[in-house]
Ligand binder design. Structure first.
Ligand code: FDA
Length: 391
């Protein structure tokens, strides 16, 4: 069978690419349904883009690579598409846009766009073999127990990264990229909770509070969640992309920096209040109870017993809590894969391989990884559109 374009992966990037590609296009996926990660994203409402998305929200060995695609298919382009399909949305926080109703609407929208473009979609289809004979790629696919041989001018690697294997993530894009001489950068789980080997936070599990979290020289002000196995919540997911094994992370439990003044003021007004009682007005009381064990911070006496120096030591300690995670939850729960197909081997404008005409790589498979907050879908849409238009 002959197609102009074969797209491997019916996820966010592959479906977007298909709607722009033109010609005879086939999208294949081994899953039962397309866009499964879209469907479960954002708690079922899909954080489909971010109002403030820009190149500075992405990690890559080449931080300039994403600029071209992001500037030619922006968050406003995707918002216009969503609105043209009558999907209503809202901003939750920090520019993050979610469907009012359901993430399934985004999947249905992309399917409708694919139908309009006359794209063929084969589900429950696996890749058996791919070769290249100069002008064409030949793919041997397996569908419903039968082998199909597809000849195509363009081959698009859109099968994502390694995150959440139970949802169908495989290293297919990396394998084919390597087969055709494209380099890979080191991959690792990102946007992922931290684990601590001693179960030290089990008693605090379920507790959430705003923090300023730092890994290396990168800082995020967002919520943190204690879990049975460690630390999660947006602040931890964000800094996990910047953390390396063995390094400490730093938590500031007073991100607005108002605690010292508040304690001093209260000492003047109500010196007989217990220090721990007063602290519990600013931090969750379960955490205050655990602080002596967690940070070696004895909270003894009344406010009046505390010197300025003692209050300063207390607040400095709360603002500079250093912890070294044992690791992360890994690809099992990671929202994305950091690293991937080396951007040096691709053209930024088209996502086509520099030395392999007709071979394209898009979405999470490429070494471009967004922050938490709709940025990864924006990269999937933008890179998919860039490759599709180039085809
Ligand atoms: P994606 O993973 O979407 O698609 C790849 C496709 O290839 C899949 O359909 C898969 O089945 C298929 N495939 C893989 N291997 C194959 C093989 N060997 N043969 C055939 N097919 C194969 N981002 C964001 O911006 N906002 C959000 O709200 C969220 N929320 C979120 C929640 C959860 C739980 C996860 C895991 C991830 C997110 N993300 C997110 C990240 C986002 O889902 C991700 O970055 C994009 O889906 C990447 O799009 P791709 O099309 O590149 O890969």
């Amino acid at each position: 069978m002959q197609f102009d374009t074969l797209i491997l992966g019916a996820g966010a990037a592959g479906m977007m690419c298909a709607t722009h590609a033109g010609g005879r296009t086939l999208v294949i996926d081994h899953a039962r349904a397309p866009g499964e990660k879209i469907r479960i994203s954002g708690g079922g409402r899909c954080n489909f883009t971010n109002l403030y998305a820009g190149p500075e929200n992405f990690l890559s060995q080449n931080p300039h690579f994403c600029k071209s695609a992001l500037s030619r298919y922006t968050q406003w382009d995707f918002i216009a598409l969503v609105e043209a399909h009558g999907i209503t949305w809202h901003e939750k926080t920090l520019g993050q846009l979610f469907c009012d109703e359901s993430a399934k609407q985004i999947v249905a929208m992309l399917r409708a766009e694919m139908d309009r473009a006359g794209v063929a979609l084969w589900l429950q289809t696996s890749v058996h073999d791919i070769t290249h004979d100069g002008g064409h790629y030949t793919a041997v696919l397996e569908r419903e127990g039968k082998r199909h041989t597809i000849r195509t001018r363009n081959l698009v690697l859109a099968s994502g990264g390694k995150s959440i294997p139970t949802m169908g993530a495989t290293g297919l894009a990396y394998e084919i990229a390597t087969q055709f001489g494209l380099r890979l950068t080191e991959t690792r789980a990102a946007l992922v909770p931290f684990t601590f080997s001693d179960g030290r936070f089990a008693a605090l599990s379920g507790l959430s509070l705003p923090v300023r979290a730092t890994a290396g020289d990168t800082t995020f002000d967002e919520a943190m969640l204690f879990t049975h196995r460690g630390l999660s919540g947006p602040a931890m997911l964000q800094i996990s992309s910047f953390w390396r094994e063995g390094a400490p992370i730093t938590l500031d439990l007073d991100p607005r920096g108002t605690l010292l003044d508040a304690l001093r003021t209260q000492r003047a007004r109500a010196g007989r209040h217990l220090l721990s009682t007063e602290l519990a007005r600013h931090l969750p009381s379960r955490l205050v109870t655990a602080l002596p064990d967690q940070i070696d911070l004895p909270l003894v006496g009344n406010l009046a017993d505390q010197s300025d120096a003692a209050l300063r030591t207390l607040t400095d300690t709360l603002r500079n809590w250093q912890l070294t995670p044992a690791g992360t939850e890994g690809y099992r729960t990671a929202e994305v894969t950091l690293g991937g197909i080396d951007t040096d081997t691709l053209q930024a404008r088209t996502l086509e391989a520099r030395d392999m005409p007709g071979l394209y790589a898009i979405g999470e498979a490429v070494d471009v990884t967004g922050w938490l907050g709709g940025y990864n879908f924006q990269w999937a849409w933008a890179s998919g559109a860039a490759a599709g238009r180039a085809i």
